[in-house]
Design a protein around this ligand. Structure first.
Ligand SMILES: [Fe+2]
Length: 240
C-alpha cells in the first residue's frame, strides 16, 4: 500500500473486515478457553467419583486462594489464573492409586513417594489444554516451599509463582481444618497460628499475613457459603 513514500490508510471496508477478523479470533480464543475449562471440570468430576474429598477440598482451596489474592490486590487476570490453578491443582490425583489416596493412616515412605508425584501429574494433564500453560505450571509447583525444601523442583522464594505460593497456604490450611474420618479438623485460630509458625520456612510470610487478614474479614461477614465464579456455584464452608 506504499505510494509516493506515503502509507495509505486502509479503506473503511478493509478496516472493518480486519476488525471483524480480529473479533473472530478473539471469540475463537474465548471458545477455546471455555472448552479447556469445561474439559478440566470434567476430569475434576471423574476425580470426585474416585475420591470425593478432593473435590470439596479443591473448591475450598479456590476460596481461600481468592481471599488471599484479593488482599494481595492481584489484577483481574491474575485472579482468574489463580482461581483456575487452585480449582485444578490436585487434578493429578486421578493418577494416584486409591490405596494411597484414601489411606486413613500414615503413609509409608514408598506410598509418600507415590503421593508426591501428583503435582507433576497435574502438570502433565493441564498442559495439554490450550491457554492453561500458567495453570499447569502453578499446579506443578504447589508443593514448593518458600525455603526451597519443597518438591518437585526445590524452587525458593519468589522463584515460585505467586499463585503457587498462595495455593500452598490455602491447601495446607484446608488440610488442617477439614475433618476426615480419622481425625477432627483444627479450629481456624489454631491453624492460623500454625501457618504463622511456619512463615518464612514453608510459607511466604507476607502471603500468610494477607491470608489471615482476609479470612478475618470473611468471618465478619458471617456467611455459611462461599461462591466460586468459575463453577458458578456456592459451596458450604463447613469442611466435613
Ligand atoms: Fe497437592
Amino acid at each position: 500500500m506504499k505510494k509516493n513514500n506515503v502509507f495509505e490508510l486502509p479503506s473503511l471496508s478493509t478496516a472493518l473486515s480486519l476488525l471483524g477478523m480480529a473479533s473472530q479470533v478473539e471469540s475463537l480464543k474465548a471458545d477455546n478457553k471455555k472448552i479447556s475449562e469445561q474439559a478440566a471440570r470434567t476430569i475434576l468430576k471423574a476425580l470426585d467419583a474416585k475420591d470425593n474429598y478432593t473435590f470439596g477440598h479443591s473448591m475450598r482451596v479456590a476460596y481461600f486462594s481468592i481471599v488471599t489474592g484479593t488482599e494481595a490486590k492481584l489484577s483481574a487476570e491474575e485472579m482468574f489464573e489463580l482461581e483456575l490453578s487452585a480449582i485444578f491443582h490436585d487434578i493429578g490425583k486421578i493418577g494416584t492409586p486409591d490405596a494411597v489416596l484414601n489411606k486413613p493412616s500414615r503413609l509409608s515412605e514408598e506410598e509418600f513417594l507415590i503421593m508426591k508425584k501428583h503435582p507433576e501429574n497435574s502438570y502433565e494433564i493441564l498442559k495439554e489444554f490450550p491457554y492453561f500453560d500458567k495453570v499447569a505450571e502453578n499446579a506443578r509447583l504447589h508443593h514448593e516451599r518458600f525455603d526451597g525444601k519443597g518438591y518437585p523442583l526445590g524452587l525458593k522464594g519468589e522463584e515460585i509463582p505467586t499463585a503457587a505460593r498462595i495455593i500452598l497456604i490455602a491447601d495446607t490450611f484446608d488440610a488442617m481444618t477439614s475433618t476426615r474420618p480419622y481425625r477432627k479438623g483444627l479450629p481456624y485460630e489454631v491453624a492460623f497460628d500454625e501457618l504463622t509458625q511456619f512463615s518464612g520456612s514453608q510459607f511466604d510470610p507476607n502471603l500468610v499475613r494477607l491470608f489471615i487478614q482476609g479470612m478475618k474479614k470473611e468471618a465478619l461477614k458471617g456467611e455459611e457459603e462461599f461462591f466460586i465464579p468459575l463453577m458458578d456455584k456456592k459451596f458450604n464452608k463447613n469442611a466435613a
